[in-house]
Design a protein around this ligand. Structure first.
Ligand code: HEC
Length: 152
């Protein structure tokens, strides 16, 4: 019994200590004209879906859950958000070159069709972010149409 108590105390102390390690979750920024949301490339329905399923990791408008304030879950979230944004940030859409935009649209199509995105761990908690086959084809059609528009 004594050992269990010691282990418990050590765990609690460790838990308290790790709360002081900064998680490095990026700050949100107000949406400006660089965002894909402000462009004519996206319709209401597609934008809504992107906001629901992708914006938490791929934009500067992340909606953080309560456990984002608690280590170690905050570290996991921080990793997802920082990495996600480094690949694709819808809030900085206009900073991408034409070629990058086309490449990203292609990647979005691949990720959505293969079911890689949104991340599985995210979907466990964010059920409304799930994509059924109808939503997948909506997004996939949008990527092709948008590439065509950009190439025009
Ligand atoms: C929980 C966070 C999270 C969500 C939600 C999310 N992503 Fe990602 N995304 C990531 C991370 C992390 C990476 C980089 C690592 C990887 O590819 O698995 C990534 C990578 C990507 C890439 C780049 C792949 C490449 O080949 O470079 C694309 C495109 C992408 N995501 C699209 C989407 C789309 C579209 C959605 C919504 C339908 C979405 N993601 C939702 C976290 C997320």
């Amino acid at each position: 019994m004594k050992k269990i108590k010691i282990i418990l105390v050590v765990l609690i102390v460790l838990f308290i200590i790790i709360q002081f390690i900064p998680a490095g979750i990026p700050r949100n920024k107000p949406e400006d004209e660089k965002s894909i949301a402000k462009s004519s490339l996206v319709t209401g329905q597609v934008l809504n879906q992107l906001k629901k399923s992708c914006f938490d990791c791929h934009s500067d408008q992340t909606k953080l859950p309560w456990y984002a304030k608690i280590a170690p879950s905050s570290w996991l979230l921080s990793g997802h958000i920082n990495e996600g944004k480094s690949h694709l940030n819808f809030s900085e859409w206009e900073d991408y070159s034409r070629r990058e935009k086309i490449g990203l649209l292609e990647a979005i199509k691949d990720e959505v069709e293969s079911g890689n995105m949104p991340l599985k761990s995210y979907l466990l908690i964010h059920r409304d972010a799930r994509l059924d086959s109808e939503k997948i084809s909506l997004l996939s059609k949008w990527t092709s149409e948008t590439s065509d528009k950009i190439l025009e």
